[in-house]
Write a protein that binds this ligand. Structure first.
Ligand code: UD1
Ligand code: MG
Length: 449
């Protein structure tokens, strides 16, 4: 049985924020989300987060249970509180990690778990395993003090003697414990240190002096162990996370012209041979097909984009865009709009909650809100659906092969039939029949040709 305790009750004072530290976001997800993802990817589904009261209210949003640590008396105290809430499983393995290290990998959890139980050369199983990471100095991480090849203890940077501060092997803060050993040891922790806290890290000394084995997992990947304590570190971690996301998509066949100014999130799908130009942010659950051209200067959020779509200098939010469609430059498509195949929407056009069938063209300076437009219809420059009467949003329905003249105002609710035409500057206040031609303010039928 493998369970995990994730410590996240700290006040995070250095963030200088009303928001709990682990809920600050990088790449569109709270930092705690990433640690949870890595744990789950390592096969650990039973996770208990140690929280403070503010975090406790929100932690359920991440699909995980929390337990409040009433006073932040240190990482050892936090684990003690979690253990009291967990049903004992005498032969279980408990992974412990910190919620402020979003770059952590599933491999680190797997390695530490394996190190706990493996019996190298007939060794007895260990009481504890931990990730020991080489890191450039100076550093505020806890130092791993060795005696010979064995780990003897961890000394926190604040409590370290000058020669101990020269040690460049650090405690990453990723541990696996034999549950019975952990439960037996935790009441023995003392708080006679620089911070007056119960340090989880003192367990190493406790185990070693009681003849138990503590196994280190050596690592050189210090970047993955970096914790976030302030907003400077948050920005550094974001940059690293974003670079990893870009690398993954590039390896999967996406061209990213400038990864440093392309902003990705974790749960995206991007097809092969899609090219992303600089200053483009793609977020939430966006899905993009093959061979698209996106950016520069664009934002796509929760968008479903087909194949061979171009989105340049534009915004697409919560909307669907069909194959071969061209959006931009300077278009805004939002609120569950659906653009069919080979649609053209560009040059200062806003599309809100509208459905444009294939081949529709709205190339210049238009607003289509709560509208349905049939295939191959041309929407002239400056066309406005006047969808709001001061109280309600009203629909506009335009048929197929219609021609909406420049600067038409379509006063909704209104419908315009297939093949109908409105003249330039028409103010359409009544329905227009299929094939009918109207012009003027208010628009009236033109004489039949
Ligand atoms: C800790 C380790 C240090 C390690 C470093 C790695 C201890 C004593 N030290 O130091 O050896 O190198 O992490 O990043 O463990 N927390 C609680 N309750 C508390 C105190 C802390 O839940 O009472 C949580 C915090 O929210 C945080 C985590 O524990 O997520 C670590 O606490 P933090 O104060 O950041 O410890 P570090 O000084 O970074
Ligand atoms: Mg920390």
């Amino acid at each position: 049985m493998i369970r995990a305790i994730l410590l996240a009750a700290g006040k995070g004072t250095r963030m200088k924020s009303a928001r709990p530290k682990v809920l600050h976001e990088l790449c569109g997800r709270p930092m705690l989300w990433f640690a949870l993802r890595a744990l789950r990817a390592a096969g650990v589904d039973d996770i208990l987060v140690v929280t403070n009261p503010e975090l406790q209210e929100r932690v359920g949003d991440l699909g995980v249970k929390g337990i409040v640590q009433p006073e932040q008396r240190g990482t050892g105290d936090a684990v003690k509180i979690a253990l009291e809430a967990l049903t004992p499983h005498p032969r279980g393995c408990i992974i412990v990690a910190y919620g402020d290290m979003p770059l952590v990998s599933e491999a680190a959890f797997e390695a530490v778990r394996a190190a706990l139980t493996e019996s190298a050369g007939g060794d007895a199983p260990a009481a504890m395993a931990l990730v020991a990471v080489k890191m450039p100095l100076p550093s505020n991480f806890g130092r791993i003090v060795r005696e010979g090849r064995n780990v003897a203890r961890i000394v926190e940077a604040r409590d370290a003697a000058p020669e101990e501060l020269e040690i460049d092997e650090m405690n990453a803060g990723i541990y696996a414990f034999d549950e019975s050993e952990l439960r037996e040891a935790i009441p023995h922790l003392q708080n006679d240190n620089a911070q007056g806290e119960y340090y989880l890290t003192d367990l190493v000394d406790h185990f070693v002096t009681h003849g138990k084995r503590v196994r280190p997992v050596a690592s050189r990947d210090y970047v993955s162990a970096l914790g976030i304590n302030d907003r400077v570190e948050l920005a550094r971690a974001r940059r690293e996370m974003n670079a990893r996301l870009c690398d993954r998509h590039m390896r999967d066949g996406v061209t990213i012209v400038d990864p440093e100014t392309t902003y990705l999130e974790p749960e995206l799908t991007i097809g092969r041979d899609t090219v992303i130009y600089p200053n483009t942010a793609i977020s939430r659950l966006t899905e993009i097909g093959d061979g698209c051209t996106l950016g520069p200067n664009s934002r796509l959020s929760n968008a479903k984009i087909g194949a061979r779509v171009t989105v340049s200098e534009s915004v697409v939010i919560d909307s669907v865009v069909g194959d071969g469609t061209l959006v931009g430059p300077y278009a805004h498509v939002r609120a569950e709009s659906v653009l069919g195949e080979d649609v053209r929407v560009g040059n200062f056009v806003e599309i809100k909650k509208s459905d444009l069938a294939s081949g529709v063209k709205a190339g210049h300076l238009a607003y289509l809100g709560d509208a349905t437009v049939g295939s191959e219809t041309n929407v002239g420059a400056g066309t406005i659906t006047c969808n709001y009467d001061g109280r309600n949003k009203n629909p506009t329905v335009i048929g197929r092969d219609a021609f909406i003249g420049s600067n038409s105002s379509l006063v909704a609710p209104v419908s315009i039939g297939d093949g109908a035409l409105t003249g330039a500057g028409a103010v359409v206040t009544h329905d227009v029949a299929p094939g009918e031609r109207v012009a003027g303010n208010p628009a009236r039928p033109l004489p039949k040709k």
